[in-house]
Design a binder for this molecule. Structure first.
Ligand code: FES
Length: 71
């Protein structure tokens, strides 16, 4: 599932970057080589960092599928 639609960052990527040590929204973007744009993904990224990324559990099967915009 896409967490950040602007940068096509998936939950898998966020989880990987958090596992590698990213501890902030900015850290996740930097580690992914992306720059924040609209900011709509920030709450989800923060939640994944706080929970150490289980927020997308069960959605790995659609990581490469259609973009799902957070409403
Ligand atoms: S959805 Fe992440 S910056 Fe826009």
């Amino acid at each position: 599932m896409y967490v950040c639609v602007c940068n096509a960052i998936t939950c898998r990527t966020v989880r990987k970057k958090v596992d590698e040590g990213a501890a902030s929204v900015g850290g996740v973007f930097k580690a992914a080589g992306k720059k924040p744009q609209c900011g709509r993904c920030f709450p989800m990224v923060r939640s994944m960092i706080a929970d150490h990324a289980p927020a997308c559990a069960g959605h790995d099967d659609i990581d490469s599928g259609l973009a799902i915009a957070a409403e």
